[in-house]
Unconditional design. Structure first.
Length: 134
């Protein structure tokens, strides 16, 4: 089946054009090959910061941060937890403002592994985004 990603961000605004906070993402995919059931998953979380460019109805943001990456692999024989690693997170997104408290948009995220067994780009995704300000 396809790749499923769930997550959330917390942003503390330090003015109208800068925020810092944290992120959490969980990804999972599964397949069946020749009677063998396979499942891969990845949990990542960590601190980040974002910069914003805004007009009256549209906003663009970019960000970066560090994340702890925790992969897991399982098949019919059992589950294996691969050593954790550290990665750099880069994000670019666009939001359309519906009200002062709610925006809807699109985000592109790339996570690159820097340590442990995780090198390269194990996470590259595109997701719909809903932003609710309190």
């Amino acid at each position: 089946s396809g790749f499923l990603g769930l997550g959330g961000d917390y942003d503390y605004m330090g003015g109208s054009d800068l925020s810092w906070g944290g992120f959490f993402r969980y990804y999972s995919t599964s397949a069946s090959v020749a009677g063998q059931s396979l499942k891969n998953s990845m949990l990542t979380l960590g601190p980040d910061f974002k910069g914003y460019f805004s007009t009256e109805n549209w906003g663009c943001y970019f960000g970066s941060g560090l994340g702890l990456m925790m992969p897991n692999y399982s098949d019919n024989a059992g589950s294996v937890t691969i050593n954790n690693g550290i990665g750099v997170r880069m994000v670019l997104g666009f939001l359309h403002k519906f009200s002062d408290k709610m925006s809807v948009g699109f985000e592109s995220l790339r996570m690159m592994g820097l340590s442990g067994p995780i090198y390269g780009t194990p996470i590259e995704d595109y997701m719909a985004k809903i932003r609710i300000q309190m």
